[in-house]
Write a protein that binds this ligand. Structure first.
Ligand code: 5GP
Length: 192
């Protein structure tokens, strides 16, 4: 049986890096690739970070029931692709969904066993500095992201586990330890 880990956190919290490193170190883990209508940033490639869709393509998939969840974020649409997740589960992998809190709650409603993990930056100042350093956004987009980050951080009270990403390696280790704890608990429950 596969386990489902939902990972949220404001952009700039380092959640993508943590998930990528965790999946590198643990070969039972795979990260789901979402669909989005936003444009690729920097070196992003279709089918790697996201499946980049037009609004029409997104609508078609929505109508066909191909999303486990979907949400509007920064005026763009994002969704977890049912066939993609199902194929990972069929292959026996534990799956990470890197999605926002709106999606996290939709997943939890559908699957009570999904585990919600929140990646927290060490401080709001640090988050702001990281986003500025990344500088893939205009000043206006940055302000929007920071406002959204503040709102998102408040949602962390609804998560089962909060990991503060102060030192990257420590945060990855803490995430992997937590994943293993949850796997063991899930197996114990199944044996009962
Ligand atoms: P970005 O545009 O920076 O890659 O992502 C913006 C936000 O969208 C992040 O909080 C990210 O976790 C979230 N996100 C990415 N994919 C999905 C998805 O499939 N569903 C939902 N609900 N959020 C997503």
């Amino acid at each position: 049986m596969s386990n489902l880990f939902v990972v949220s956190g404001p952009s700039g919290s380092g959640k993508s890096t943590i998930c990528a490193l965790a999946a590198e170190k643990d070969d039972r883990l795979r990260i789901s690739i979402s669909a989005t209508t936003r444009a690729p940033r920097g070196e992003e490639q279709n089918g790697k970070e996201y499946f980049f869709l037009s609004d029409e393509e997104f609508d078609e998939k929505l109508a066909a029931g191909e999303f486990y969840e979907h949400a509007d974020i920064f005026g763009k649409r994002y969704g977890t692709l049912r066939p993609y997740v199902d194929s990972l589960v069929a292959d026996g992998f534990d799956v990470i969904l890197e999605i926002d809190y709106q999606g996290a709650y939709q997943i939890k409603d559908q699957n009570d066993k999904a585990v919600l993990v929140f990646i927290m930056p060490p401080s709001f100042e640090e988050l702001s500095a990281r986003l500025r350093a990344r500088s893939t956004e205009t000043e206006e987009q940055l302000e929007i992201r920071l406002a959204k980050a503040e709102a998102e951080m408040k949602e962390s009270v609804n998560y089962e586990k909060i990991i503060v990403n102060d030192k990257l390696d420590d945060a990855v280790d803490e995430f992997l330890r937590y994943i293993n704890e949850k796997r063991e608990k899930a197996e114990e429950m199944r044996d009962e």
